[in-house]
Design a protein around this ligand. Structure first.
Ligand code: TPP
Ligand code: MG
Length: 303
């Protein structure tokens, strides 16, 4: 068991590949488009955007394999897009239009595609992932399950039953905690005693923590521990991250100062400053693509 903190600093000198940057910018454009569609009354139900947290699944994706399972949560659009690169299918799902990934019955939070599954029920995925990893350990050694959960979800008892079994049975379970410091309207400091590191340690489970937004630095930090997960050494990988937007839509209870601090930590201006010309070009392309996807999907008939 070990813990390491990773200073954020600047983005690495080499910078992200065009593909990485396009992934980041496509997810951002997608989330912005959703809020825009909501404001114009074109979407029903609710949605939770991952604005500010896009880099987490983009950083993780090359560490994962097609045979791995990914379990996502209510804030899962970035997880899905990093895994499947399918904004058309996801927007159609959210809007209930033809081409929807799950026939339009799953919506924003309940998506299943191949070995990807999301749920809006906090803490539901971890016990399920334990069962899946027990199967993988026996039938497909080397494969793992990656589960994304938020800091607030650490208040669910099922999380601890799952961590207990993962440690006891040496399951290939990767728990990615997107610690954005808040659960809906409750700051983490007001609902969590101790730390995520301490809770992992209580089960003898390895824990890494990073506040970096640098894709290369994150991958370098996590790669050996993810390789160990495949050998049955579960890991809690904690990202100290920031939620830029409201919890869902129009329900941000934070003060202006706190919201400004989240924006100050955002990856977007850092990557823009590191390589302005390339960033602007790829950003314009990503926005144009999402504009086209939205125009296409909103014109389709119901699923
Ligand atoms: C079992 C359950 N309880 C409550 C909710 C309502 N709910 C949805 S998101 C959320 C907060 C989750 O906070 P966190 O885990 O920190 O994730 P974040 O929203 O910050 O990404 C709550 C309480 C739910 N979806 N499921
Ligand atoms: Mg949270």
């Amino acid at each position: 068991m070990w813990e390491r903190s990773h200073a954020s600093g600047q983005v690495s000198a080499v910078g992200p590949s065009d593909d990485d940057l396009t992934q980041l910018l496509t997810i951002r454009a997608f989330e912005r488009k959703l809020l825009d569609l909501f404001e114009r009354g074109m979407l029903n139900g609710t949605t939770h955007t991952c604005l500010g947290q896009e880099y987490v699944p983009v950083a993780l994706e090359p560490l994962l394999r097609p045979a791995d399972h990914v379990f996502s949560n209510h804030r899962g659009h970035g997880h899905y897009l990093a895994r499947h690169r399918d904004p058309e299918g996801l927007l159609a799902e959210i809007m209930g239009r033809r081409g929807a990934v799950c026939g339009g019955v799953g919506g924003s939070q309940h998506i299943r595609r191949d070995r990807y599954l999301s749920t809006g029920v906090q803490g539901e995925s971890l016990p399920v992932a334990c069962g899946v990893t027990l199967h993988l350990k026996r039938a497909e050694p080397g494969a793992l399950a990656c589960v994304y959960i938020g800091d607030g979800t650490f208040g669910e008892g099922g999380v601890y039953e799952a961590l207990n079994l993962a440690a006891l049975w040496q399951l290939p379970l990767l728990v990615v905690v997107e610690n954005n410091g808040i659960a809906q309207s409750t700051p983490t400091a007001r609902n969590m005693a101790g730390t995520i590191a301490g809770r992992a340690a209580a089960f003898g489970i390895a824990h890494l923590r990073t506040d970096s937004v640098d894709l290369d630095a994150i991958r370098t930090l996590l790669a050996p521990a993810v390789a160990a997960v495949r050998q049955g050494r579960p890991l809690v990988a904690e990202f100290a991250t920031h939620r830029l937007g409201p919890h869902s839509k129009g329900d941000d209870t934070r003060g202006a100062e706190e919201i400004a601090a989240a924006h100050a930590a955002d990856w977007y201006p850092r990557y823009a400053a590191a390589d302005p010309e390339r960033f602007a070009r790829l950003d314009a392309a990503a926005r144009a693509r999402i504009d086209a996807v939205a125009a296409d999907v909103t014109g389709r008939e119901p699923a």
